[in-house]
Design a protein around this ligand. Structure first.
Ligand code: T46
Length: 219
């Protein structure tokens, strides 16, 4: 894997710096570090969901051998660097993710801390042909976290905040739906997987499958 260590003067320039670095086609991973005493920069990187990395190569660490205060971050090619705060009022979240230099990333979430509800059910939708659309319903009470661990799925959401869409393509990005929201999902890439953590067991009665009924339910 081709990796690069970035020297960052200004934390706010990180997205530009990463994008510039990935202009080099063979580069797969960019990493950088910050002192844990630099709380402003650390807060900034953490709040933007940049991924921490644990397996910094020994020949890089030896250049920082006199430092025991460093926190390391990494961005792998394909990471979504800027995410909107919300889509149709539903929160867009960066899931906690640990990057490795040459073995990918591991993302995780825990009920009631990373997501604001108990998880009673997990389901996932797979083997869907490209271009297929699913959904076309809303839930009355169910809360859900939706994410795409593989592929590209366009998620369209509509509720009292309006109608907006987001492309889910980074396994560490999720959308939390907590209010009655009409959803439509379009498979932009064959075999993309949609994974959902839900606050309740399956109940047919919680679905509104008629659009006009949904609009009436909202008003
Ligand atoms: C949602 C979007 C994102 C079950 O028996 N148990 C389950 O837990 C689920 C989720 C579904 N089913 C049955 C109900 C249908 O007979 O599986 C069949 C397909 O479900 P549906 O047509 O609702 O699938 P999607 O992709 O339109 O919607 C699903 C979820 O149902 C829904 O809650 O928010 O994904």
């Amino acid at each position: 894997m081709t990796i690069k260590e970035l020297k960052i003067e200004d934390p706010y320039s990180i997205v530009d710096e990463i994008n510039k670095s990935f202009a080099v086609p063979e580069l797969e991973c960019v990493f950088w570090c910050v002192s844990k005493n630099d709380s402003d920069s650390l807060d900034f990187y953490e709040s933007r969901g940049f991924h921490k990395v644990v397996d910094i190569p020994a020949d890089i660490l030896k250049d920082h051998a006199d430092r025991d205060d460093l926190v390391w971050f990494a961005s792998l090619r394909g990471d979504q660097l800027s995410i909107p705060e919300a889509v149709a009022g539903c929160k867009v979240v960066k899931l906690q993710t640990i990057a490795t230099m040459d073995s990918g990333e591991l993302s995780f979430f825990e009920e009631n801390s990373d997501i604001p509800f108990d998880i009673k059910r997990i389901y996932y939708i797979s083997k869907v042909p490209e271009g297929k659309r699913r959904g076309f319903h809303a839930h009355k009470d169910l809360k859900q976290l939706l994410f795409c661990p593989y592929g590209r799925i366009l998620l369209t959401l509509e509720n009292k905040s309006g109608r907006e869409e987001i492309e889910l393509s980074d396994p560490s990005v999720g959308v939390i739906i907590e209010t009655p929201t009409w959803r439509e999902m379009t498979w932009l890439q064959k075999d993309s997987v949609l994974c959902v953590a839900a606050s309740e067991f399956y109940s047919m009665d919680d679905y509104i499958r008629d659009y006009d009924e949904f609009k009436a339910y909202l008003s």
